[in-house]
Design a binder for this molecule. Structure first.
Ligand code: IMP
Ligand code: MG
Length: 175
């Protein structure tokens, strides 16, 4: 089976939306510091672009949890492959994710982080596929709501490929 990529959201539109979210976050966290937690690997491209547009002091940490294998369906469980380097207790934490799909990964992750007693805990995602939700997740900042299609680019992969595309594309499979 081979695949083709069709542009869904252009590089210009993604960049413009990230600027808007960065400005919103800067207003919402005025007078505070925001501690960004990037969910690897997918969240990394979005987090870098977002962090550059936030004007309040920013610190960063990274977490790697697995949910997807080589296919396109969620396993329903998460495994911590890399934990945070620093404690989050008392900090204003903003989790930065590439996409919320079923919501299983994020609901597990947010629950786990909540137990570590941050001062506040919010979620920012570049993409949201609300139709696919099976678990309730409160998303505080959303880049784009998209239909139920498998997408790549801007950090998102299909079988570890296409993360470096500067736009969001839909994967179309030929059979
Ligand atoms: P969830 O647990 O089903 O919400 O899935 C979360 C994770 O699945 C995301 O962080 C992505 O890594 C991956 N994922 C979900 N949908 C897509 C997609 O359309 N393209 C690429 N990865 C996806
Ligand atoms: Mg992810």
């Amino acid at each position: 089976m081979s695949e083709r990529i069709k542009v869904l959201i252009s590089e210009e539109d993604v960049d413009a939306r990230i600027s808007e979210i960065g400005a919103q976050i800067s207003r919402d966290y005025a007078g505070k510091e925001v501690h960004l937690i990037c969910v690897l690997k997918g969240g990394s491209f979005f987090m870098c672009e977002l962090a550059k547009r936030i004007t309040v002091p920013v610190s960063l940490d990274f977490m790697y949890v697995s949910s997807y294998g080589a296919g396109t369906e969620s396993s329903g469980r998460i495994r911590i492959k890399k934990d945070l380097d620093e404690p989050v207790q008392g900090r204003d934490v903003l989790v930065v994710e590439d996409i919320v799909d079923s919501g299983r990964t994020l609901s597990c992750l947010l629950e786990l982080l909540e137990e570590r007693r941050p001062a506040s805990l919010r979620l920012c995602t570049l993409l949201d596929k609300p139709e696919r939700r099976v678990t309730d997740v409160k998303v505080d900042y959303t880049g784009f709501r998209i239909p139920d299609a498998f997408v790549v680019g801007y950090g998102l992969d299909y079988d570890q490929k296409y993360r470096n595309l500067p736009y969001i594309g839909v994967v179309e499979f030929d059979d």
